[in-house]
Ligand binder design. Sequence first.
Ligand code: SAM
Ligand code: SF4
Length: 471
Amino acid sequence: MTPPRKLHIKSYGCQMNVYDAQRMVDTLAGEGFVETGSVDDADLVILNTCHIREKASEKVYSELGRLRAVKEEAARNGRQMSIAVAGCVAQAEGSEIVARAPVVDVVVGPQSYHHLPELLARAAKDGRAIETEFPVRDKFEFLPQPKPDAIRARGISSFVTVQEGCDKFCTFCVVPYTRGAEVSRPAVKIVDDVERLADHGVREITLIGQNVNAYHGEGPDGRTWSLGTLLRRLADVPGIVRLRYSTSHPRDVDETLIQAHRDLAALMPFVHLPVQSGSDRILAAMNRRHTADDYRRVIDRFRAVRQDIAFSSDFIVGFPGETEGDFRATLALVTQIGYAGAYSFKYSPRPGTPAADMQETVPAADMDERLVRLQELIDSQQSAFNKALIGSTVDVLFERAARNPGQIVGRTAYLQPAHVMAPEEIIGQVLPVRIESLARYSLLGELAAVPQCRPASSAQMTDSSVTRMGA
Ligand code: SAM
Ligand code: SF4
């Protein structure tokens, strides 16, 4: 029997890439590949890349430099190693990648992962294979389902892609070019995926998409389903105790989504809703198609149906033309909304996007200084949000044994890690935890209820008593 070939996969960037990496592992499992955590003994290394900011794509080339030495060492030891570049850099740069890094054997865009086995075969025969088309057929029709063992090994929380691509064309963003037009998967396929994951121990599902709340998939009733309708259906899947979704666009928040937050106990009261800027002038230049007040109103609609809802966001500082006044409008918005956390980035011009041709660039020193000010404000809000939990009792979905012996770690509704001393049987259960202290971003506490003595795979509880707290 031939020994299994080893696959090492390194993902950069967003959760879509984490999900895609798992799909590639599932596809290659059928070709006799097993995953390895080390590049040194890998027969195939895949870099699953991100093109969203310049730093993210440059990381790929420095990694390829390192991999060249590993590949040469493998060859000296009589072993052949292949290198594939997947993801958005592969899509955006195609054959330029091999011109810059000849060590690469395969370049594969995000819509073609199901072709990996034949691309590897073609590269073995011809020396190289490149595929960056947007095929007419949906790749999800061809990607194999993960095996039960693989599902269990990945833990109790899983991503499921429901839509891909984006039609919004924000002027700074490469996504519409690298991931293509917005496509939603049929609801039945998503329900099937979630049922299968639940059957093998998954308790929490995060629906993902570049613009997830633009979801408009075909429903089993022949109608177009929105994200809210889909969430309502998934809340009925036995075994699923928590639902989340990411990333949303403020313009695509419709009434079905608001009502889903009002009605579904399984839908977590934590929404990532990027705004990018608090200045209407900058929002218009970004082609965000909403104003700061539109955004405030969307937040109010969520808060009207769930007072315990909390928000996170994305911000870009130093977009071309951003003045100190525009930036202060961003600080004012952050102060007014009050976030549980947020990501903030310096504007990075991306080739081919309209903003890359804008002339009024912001000096690097101003960008640096604004980023620090924004991050200080966000950090202080996040820290106040976390501290407010001390002394309260919150529901935690337990995920795995922690590094400290005897400790189990889980997550609150707001994704904060929470540690307790407890037996491993609590993994997969939602249990109330009395929070006693905070260590950096992690909460430490004690179980406030006796765990149920039954295997994690049969545990079925919903979050019942998420502590009320203002965001
Ligand atoms: N679809 C989401 C939305 O509209 O809010 C965002 C998805 S994007 C993959 C993730 C984040 O990267 C964006 O929200 C934005 O803050 C940041 N980003 C995208 N392009 C950027 C650029 N050119 N420079 C800096 N940050 C950027
Ligand atoms: Fe990019 Fe999000 Fe804008 Fe789409 S909505 S173009 S993914 S930032």
